[in-house]
Design a protein around this ligand. Structure first.
Ligand code: CP
Length: 307
């Protein structure tokens, strides 16, 4: 692959290769040897047109740990504010010969479009409702480490599926790896026709979580809800918020995941989020650095081999 634009273009072997490479970086980091040289002399530019804590910080740390020169474009202070288009901005940066562009954008498809205009590797850090591939990969790594495998698991993805690029990338990845995926949430927050992805759909938390190995909670993406139905937080927590009673329907050793940012008391009870016996939310963040290191390392390697 020349870019990482989504999970859809990857096959199971390519997904496994990224996870295997990421495992090496987890081991390396945990043994105290955080830095290596794979990206020494290369330039990585991070362009985030939407807010981010986890993705932007971990891409920056990942690049620095691999030896890259990393620049974070302050998009709020850029000439985008003076009317310059995304493509002209990309062409301008391309003329400075970056090797890696990491892009988050509110419009689905914007990162793909940009990748066609530049000469370097482009990594999608989340585009609209479309895809968030490195999030799905870090989720997959977390699941594989905790469950010892990434196939034939029952995984409940709960909440606002319609507006979630995290859900979409996870549905594609987990399906490719032969897992049983259940989507649980209000009918109004389910994308029409989602069943064609081979998932089961329910608005009943007890049925959706029954015997699940993994429970993945998502926040209400209010910034993407354009005037449609928005449930009250109280009502939403009562029906769809994860608490001990609802988690009791899952397997006794089920893990609880959340990509963040998390709204405690809306989609998840704070006590569940902090329960070190069930919640792997902080481990997901740790895996994020390793997965982003692996993705950039493999893209650079593929481009060198293609030369
Ligand atoms: N999970 C995720 O994308 O978080 P950020 O928006 O903080 O990057």
């Amino acid at each position: 692959q020349q870019h990482l634009l989504g999970i859809a273009p990857l096959n199971p072997a390519e997904i496994t290769a990224i996870l295997d490479r990421a495992e090496q970086f987890v081991d390396q980091s945990r043994s105290g040897s955080k830095h290596s040289e794979q990206l020494t002399g290369l330039t990585q530019i991070n362009m985030f047109f939407e807010n981010s804590t986890r993705t932007q910080a971990s891409f920056e740390i990942a690049g620095k740990r691999l030896g890259a020169d990393v620049m974070n474009m302050a998009m709020q202070a850029s000439s985008i504010k003076k009317g310059e288009t995304l493509i002209d901005t990309a062409l301008t940066l391309n003329a400075m010969h970056p090797d890696l562009l990491v892009v988050r954008h509110p419009n689905s498809g914007a990162v793909n479009l940009l990748s066609q205009k530049v000469n370097c590797a482009v990594l999608n850090a989340g585009d609209g409702r479309h895809e968030h591939p490195t999030q799905a990969l870090l989720d997959a790594l977390t699941i594989r480490r905790r469950k010892g495998r990434l196939r034939r698991l029952t995984i409940a993805i709960c909440g606002d599926i319609a507006h979630s690029r995290v859900a979409r990338s996870n549905i594609i990845l987990l399906g490719k790896m032969e897992n049983r995926v259940r989507l649980v949430g209000p009918r109004t927050l389910m994308p029409p026709g989602i069943e064609k992805f081979g998932v089961e759909v329910t608005d009943d938390m007890a049925a959706g979580l029954a015997d699940a190995d993994v429970v993945m909670m998502l926040r209400l993406q209010r910034e993407r809800m354009d005037g449609g139905f928005i449930p009250s937080e109280r009502e939403y927590f009562h029906r769809f918020g994860l608490n001990a009673e609802k988690l009791g329907h899952a397997k006794p050793d089920a893990i609880v995941m959340h990509p963040g940012p998390m709204n405690r008391g809306v989609e998840i009870d704070g006590e569940i989020a902090d329960d070190i016996n069930r919640s792997v939310i902080q481990e997901q963040v740790e895996m994020g650095v390793a997965v982003r290191m692996a993705a950039m390392d493999l893209l650079v390697e593929a481009r060198r081999n293609a030369m």
